[in-house]
Design a protein around this ligand. Structure first.
Ligand SMILES: [Zn+2]
Length: 321
């Protein structure tokens, strides 16, 4: 680009070159003027350049302006799985009755999962649960079929009653359809002390049912058989849908079965050494257990248990944090 004044052949250079031809007397005067012109030109140039730069900066700031008053964009937040939510709810309810949390491994010994729970090798009840074995030889390991082995572990570890624990966790059975999954979750409770009564079991379960399903909920106990309790009962609650009037879900009975329980079988106490040897004092206790998925399905109206394990975000995000 041509530069009329400042290039090598521009007016300023020509002027400075011309100084040679000026007489010695006039040279200082003319030189001073020439320098003055040069300084002015350079200052004008700098001013113009700064002007352009400021203009560019101003326009860029305008273009990239950030409005700090705008609401922030929300980062997507995950939600708790319904099984996690219901487990936490069950635990919170029984904590208020003084139950402490107890946990155990998912791979168990046959002793903890069966033998100590009054289900010896030839016991027919052992066929009631389709078991996944990790080692099939005698004394082998298996995926626990219920969280009851945690009760055994807790009593063996505590050595002496009272024991008042709640055992939530995953359990495994070879089963798969609309209401069964090979992996599901249970919460079991155990209370062992002197003179624990069946009435206390009923009281604890009624308290739980009302906290979980509403203050009007009733419970109904039906005699039933579980090897590790005697007597044993299946426990129904007022149907959560029809409130007892009768509907399709409760098959017009007005009741829904949600858990099982009973008084701890003397054989279980024998297996953990309660009431004998170092602990000769007689003890009694109650135990109960429930399926978390079943309660989640009833509480949220989920029609198919498998929805709980398909990890479809559209399903899961309905449950909020
Ligand atoms: Zn109903």
């Amino acid at each position: 680009m041509d530069n009329k004044f400042l290039s090598k052949k521009g007016a300023l250079s020509e002027l400075l070159k011309a100084l040679r031809d000026v007489s010695a007397a006039d040279r200082p005067k003319v030189g001073a003027r020439a320098n003055e012109a040069k300084t002015k030109l350079e200052a004008a140039l700098v001013a113009k350049r700064d002007g352009f730069e400021n203009e560019a900066l101003a326009s860029r700031l305008e273009k990239e302006r950030v409005d700090f008053t705008l609401p922030a964009r929300r980062a997507p937040v995950g939600s708790l799985h319904p099984v996690t939510k219901i487990t936490a709810e069950i635990v919170a309810i029984f904590r208020r009755l003084g139950f402490e949390l107890a946990e155990g491994p998912e791979i168990e010994t046959e002793f903890n999962n069966f033998d100590a729970l009054n289900m010896r090798e030839d016991h027919p009840a052992r066929d009631m649960q389709d078991t996944f074995y990790v080692q099939s030889e005698k004394g082998g390991r298996l995926l626990r079929t219920h969280t009851s082995p945690v009760q055994i572990r807790s009593m063996l570890a505590k050595k002496k009653p009272p024991v008042r624990i709640l055992c939530p966790g995953a359990v495994f059975r070879s089963d798969y359809d609309m209401t069964h999954s090979p992996m599901f979750h249970q919460v079991e409770g155990l209370y062992v002390d002197r003179d624990v009564s069946f009435a206390e079991l009923r009281g604890a379960l009624l308290f739980f049912a009302r906290e979980m399903f509403g203050a009007q909920t009733q419970i109904r106990l039906r005699p039933s058989y579980f090897p590790f309790v005697e007597p044993g009962a299946e426990v129904d609650v007022t149907c959560v849908l029809c409130k007892g009037k009768g509907c399709r879900v409760c098959k017009d009975t007005g009741w829904l079965e949600i858990l099982g329980g009973g008084m701890v079988h003397p054989k279980v106490f024998e297996a953990v050494g309660y009431g004998t040897g170092e602990n000769p004092e007689p003890v009694t206790g109650f135990a109960f257990g429930m399926g978390v998925e079943r309660i989640a399905m009833l509480k949220y109206g989920v029609p198919d248990l498998r929805l709980l394990f398909e990890n479809d975000v559209r399903f899961l995000k309905q449950f909020g944090v």
